[in-house]
Write a protein that binds this ligand. Structure first.
Ligand SMILES: C[S@@+](CC[C@H](N)C(=O)[O-])C[C@H]1O[C@@H](n2cnc3c(N)ncnc32)[C@H](O)[C@@H]1O
Length: 314
């Protein structure tokens, strides 16, 4: 029987499968499988676009009857709770049976339930013939409001990737100081801010800089944004993100790429690099070591892909 503190459940479209696996390798040191992952590492599920729940395991058993006995033995007295059934891969329990089981759980806890505004959600699930009971911490979808940010542009990165970049850079540790070295209109900055990360941004283009400031102000977030060439920026960060510039019709020249990467390496030990072209030789020359990598295809555009390198200083 797995003896872990947490069970994480994931959800993603097939074109994001590699990105989600890269993220889980970086956060949990293992890939999720069948959209499930057991770990002792505790992270906020809302830092990732793919983690839907963190299930905090209280007790487990290979027999459902024993699980209910275990729950009663926990002797939980609480008002305002709710019980929810978490359906995982391979669980074919039908709706009526799930409702019946939720009643069993509810009657094993002493207190008044609150189905509208629960203060705590208890949950049960079954995976690989083992029943689990625990507390369910759900992903907060509030970040979806960034879809309506006032400014965007053709080279903006998608919100899912932006959110993953923050998770990859920080590994979920909110005490880390982050930098977005080419912040554009601030897509990554918004995802870092809503998840409670300390991030600063830099962009050479005054128009993008102004748009980032307006986007941040629109949501009432706080972040220092600098309008300058990243080579002129002075600071020290735990991790940096570089979403390299590209032109939709002709790739940006090698010297620009080299210039941005070399300048960012001086500011941070860990750098996550995003590019539409293969720049592994430039990365190697900068003194960074590639720790992990993935290719993200754009949904519906088979020829367009982004490459993501997770790098650390040698
Ligand atoms: C692909 S865009 C980044 C998009 C951004 N992630 C977003 O979603 O809005 C690359 C950005 O790099 C900026 N840039 C180019 N050269 C730079 C440099 N030397 N220093 C800082 N920013 C630079 C460009 O102005 C552009 O906004």
């Amino acid at each position: 029987m797995p003896n872990y503190n947490y069970l994480y459940s994931f959800n993603y479209d097939s074109h994001n499968s590699e990105l989600c696996k890269l993220e889980s390798r970086q956060i949990f040191n293992q890939s999720e499988k069948y959209k499930i992952l057991f770990s002792d590492i505790k992270v906020d599920p809302s830092i990732s676009p793919f983690i839907k729940n963190r299930f905090e395991i209280i007790t487990s058993s290979d027999s459902y009857t024993n699980l209910i006995t275990n729950i009663k033995e926990e002797d939980i007295h609480i008002d305002g709770f709710k019980a929810e059934y978490l359906i995982l891969d391979g669980d074919n329990t039908d709706y009526d049976e799930r409702r019946k089981k939720l009643k069993d759980v509810g009657y094993s806890i002493v207190g008044e339930p609150d189905f509208e505004n629960p203060s705590i959600i208890y949950s049960i699930c079954i995976y690989n013939n083992i029943w689990y009971f625990g507390v369910l911490i759900k992903h907060n979808m509030e970040w979806q409001k960034h879809k309506k940010k006032p400014f965007s542009f053709s080279n903006s990165i998608g919100m899912d990737i932006a959110k993953t970049l923050v998770a990859l850079t920080s590994k979920g540790d909110k005490s880390k100081k982050l930098l977005d070295a080419c912040s554009g209109v601030g897509t990554v900055i918004l995802e870092a801010c809503i998840a409670g990360f300390n991030i600063e941004g830099c962009d050479i283009n005054p128009k993008r800089y102004e748009q980032t400031l307006k986007n941040i102000k629109h949501y009432d977030y706080t972040s220092n944004i600098y309008c300058k060439d990243i080579k002129d920026h002075v600071g020290s960060y735990d991790c940096a993100i570089v979403d390299l510039p590209y032109n939709l019709y002709s790739l940006v020249d090698d010297s620009t790429t080299e210039h941005i990467i070399n300048s960012t390496v001086k500011l941070s030990e860990r750098v996550i690099i995003v590019s539409t072209s293969d720049i592994k030789d430039t990365i190697k020359k900068s003194g960074l070591k590639v720790k992990d990598f993935c290719i993200v295809e754009k949904r519906g555009k088979s020829k367009f892909s982004r490459k993501i390198w997770v790098c650390e200083k040698e």
